[in-house]
Design a protein around this ligand. Sequence first.
Ligand SMILES: CC(C)(COP(=O)(O)OP(=O)(O)OC[C@H]1O[C@@H](n2cnc3c(N)ncnc32)[C@H](O)[C@@H]1OP(=O)(O)O)[C@@H](O)C(=O)NCCC(=O)NCCS
Length: 225
Amino acid sequence: MERSLDDVGEQSTSVRPATKQDLEGIVRIHTAAFPDNYLTHLGPGVLHRYYGGYLNDPDAVNLVAEQSGELAAFSVGSYRDSRVLEHFYEEHSGYLTWSTLRRVLVLDPVVLRGLPRRMARIWDALRAFLFPHRRKEPVIVSAPDVRDHEVIGSLVSIATAPKYQGCGVSSEVLEQFEQELRGKGATEAHLSVSASNGRALAFYAKHGWTVLEGDHGSLSLGKHL
Ligand SMILES: CC(C)(COP(=O)(O)OP(=O)(O)OC[C@H]1O[C@@H](n2cnc3c(N)ncnc32)[C@H](O)[C@@H]1OP(=O)(O)O)[C@@H](O)C(=O)NCCC(=O)NCCS
């Protein structure tokens, strides 16, 4: 059953740009909202480094929603091609290698399942860690930001704390995120979502996002802004 803000005892949502002080809250929401996510299983240290990169990136658009001073939701993305992910793998290669190995050794099923898809990146990170002087130029894997005069922004992650899901907070964050992207000149936005994430797919469809392509259980969605 759909809940309202009154059901969670709150009155109004305020959506604002995220600051570095929000990192702790963002990691907490990610951990609760994505219990089966690969990065969640690598641990909070990895999540701090991952989201910390976005909070430091001038091209990023990061928002949080608050309910009576409590962080309820966040969105992270960028309004044009961003190299945050590449920097994340480059800068934290040692820590990432160690965090991955630790989980592999205890046979963490989520990490073992996610490894094949990430093998190339992990191998690059391992090589950069072991042979830093032979670091190779990072491969740009994110979509180009300009295609046929479209400026493409991306939504990297959006999550709402479980107790605030289904009460409209997520919609406010997504709508504000799209507005921010538009304001910065993006004409289109893309995101990637697991094909099995029915709730997120329903949420994006409700907001006018459509499927662009699918691959290995992951769907690419887009929206004209
Ligand atoms: C995805 C997310 C941000 C959506 O926020 P939300 O507050 O749950 O969104 P809403 O309730 O407004 O919309 C979800 C829609 O899915 C429907 N829904 C609810 N539970 C569902 C389920 N188990 N399966 C499919 N649809 C479901 C809702 O009814 C709603 O549709 P409606 O408004 O037409 O009734 C939130 O669920 C979340 O943080 N999930 C975990 C993190 C995540 O998956 N992020 C997206 C990764 S790309």
